[in-house]
Design a protein around this ligand. Sequence first.
Ligand code: F0G
Length: 391
Amino acid sequence: MILKCIECGKEYDPKEARYRCECGGLLEVLVDLDEVENVFDGKNITLWKYESFIPVEKRVSLNEGGTPLYRLENLQKELEMRELYVKNEGANPTGSFKDRGMTVGVSKALELGMDKVICASTGNTSASLAAYSAKAGIKSYVLIPSGKIALGKLAQAIVYGAKVVPIRGNFDDALRVVVEASKELGVYMLNSINPFRLEGQKTIAFEIFDQLGFVPDKVILPVGNAGNISAIWKGFKELYEIGFIDKLPQMIGIQAEGASPLAKAFKEGTFKPFEKPETVATAIRIGNPANWKKALKAVEESKGLLESVSDREILNAQKLLASKEGIFVEPASASSLAGLIKLRDIIEIEDDESVVLITTGHGLKDPNIILENFRLPEPIEPSLEAFKEVL
Ligand code: F0G
């Protein structure tokens, strides 16, 4: 296993805590694919089933992965599609896909002998880092944009025992401080520029193939800091390189309109950060995605695309998924369904394609958004008569 720069190709020893190349480029872990095992039999699915692909020795685990893959029978019919699925990452231990990254990232921290970890977060990363470092018995620090993280996520970070530091600024500002802190204060950074995080998250690709028994035509997911789309693409590419699969899916990334520098870059050809990102989907309220180069590469290599959706489209999709399929996801996660609906309209997705939507976080993390948009009726008298009147 080596660490390699995706820009200049310079290699580094994975035994040092390093997040970027000397040239500034993002790093990637290259695992030894000669040593991986073909365990793809559709059974007993958990993240650590794929341990031969995961480049750490230690294991800090809360039994992550093995999330359900649902066939969306009702929506599939409504959208006139042949095969539509959701991979529901909200079913992970802390309620988001971040647990896949953290089981590996915090294990790596222990291997490196670090006893303090840090991240910037729109909420889910902080909840997950706090839980895994609690399990590992090390200290965690999380920087969050003040007033802009969902209540459930904040409660999680607090109860798991992280040092929670709100900042006057957005996620991008918080990440800047965290990068500096990791250099100066000897704390291990576990944002998704840390390539070991992505080694955990790539298992979403493994599970999709393991559960379906085939590779779907398209995978659609929300994009914020752009680590996950890069990680899932890496997972599929590894399976392809060793010959376990003979086709690759198209990767489709969806951003919220008010925070869509990558969707814009895809259409216009140049990447420019959004100075003031804004969206109801606070998890992906990010203007300067750190992994933007890896994400554009994933989309280009997979012949996929990036699209944006409005807040209204996101909230409509959230309601649709819950009311038609019984799956409650947070707003950011619903952007994958919102994106599918939009792309069906502009015929980027055909009737006969198989599509997997990734929903990244549980709906209960952000209940306020539902309650703000719904008024409960006045209470009634406790009698059958009164009940009949409101039916
Ligand atoms: N969906 C949810 C629910 C998220 O929390 C995030 C990212 C994403 C999608 C986007 O994933 O960054 O890999 O493109 N949340 C981070 C956080 C930024 O701090 O929790 P990405």
